[in-house]
Design a binder for this molecule. Sequence first.
Ligand SMILES: Cc1cc2nc3c(=O)[nH]c(=O)nc-3n(C[C@H](O)[C@H](O)[C@H](O)COP(=O)(O)O)c2cc1C
Length: 301
Amino acid sequence: MDNVMKRYGDSEAIAREYFDSLTIEFRMIDAVNANTEYELFGETFKTPVMSAALSRLDQVREGGAVDTARGVKNAGAVMWTGIGSEEELEAQINTGAKVIKIIKPYADIDLIYRKIEHAEKSGAFAVGMDTDFVFGPKHNKGFALEFPVSPKTSGDLCGFIKATKLPFIFKGILSEYDAVRALELGAGGIVVSHHGGSVADYALPPLRILPRIAKIAGGKIPIFLDSAVTRGADVFKALALGANAVSVGKELIKGLSADGADGVRTLINDVTEELRWTMNVTGSMDLRSIDPAVIWDKTRS
Ligand SMILES: Cc1cc2nc3c(=O)[nH]c(=O)nc-3n(C[C@H](O)[C@H](O)[C@H](O)COP(=O)(O)O)c2cc1C
């Protein structure tokens, strides 16, 4: 029955399938216990496993938005956050978490500028926009969009970048075309993502385009990845193929739902431990020494 009901072109399922199609060779001789320490914008974190830019977490569990920040901070990770009030962002930052605020491509341009200014004043770690959301969601999974969004020009985006001293991150880049433009405009980072599958069906798996986008960035700005990441082996594959760090969305919500801040911390710790294990068995002593050649796709001989 499940197969009959399956929605064709489900971007999430396609991304998941691509993760699972890649296998990993072992390099045991001279291998050491790996170090997962991660540096971003001058700060050091225990892990490159991050929360995704989530929102409405108080609907998952009372106090969920701030508990997520607490859990992410306690795991020594970078926190991302999406739609939410000024008070919610301030409370998340007040936990001591390093919070990257992703602002929606609201039709109201002044609102975007106000939110950028507020995030910077409140001590956000970085800001950005989910530029894949300019037409809203195709699959909103039960959430109604209560605000209008609209397409943004290069000029609009350039204005947002110039409005803040913080790195301005483009979230939802899924082509070399957009990656080149993001770089030209002065993006402070790129999230290779298809928004967990909610923007369009048949989306290219972020992991598949990742090496090309990482090549375009050439180490000048950090490259992040999200969508369909559930475990440390996924994070390893993304790091090997060019990501600097990786976000977990719906899987993290399961941790929050089960056990609040502790559930979030445990989830990030568990994913990090599988990442470390995979680094160990591939002779990757730290994040910089993961060799992309340990990843085998089906066509390699
Ligand atoms: C409940 C929920 C709320 C989200 N809210 C936002 C948001 O406000 N802004 C945003 O850029 N992305 C948002 N996302 C998308 C995530 O940042 C991320 O791209 C996606 O969840 C990654 O896929 P995954 O859930 O398969 O890990 C949300 C996702 C979920 C599940």
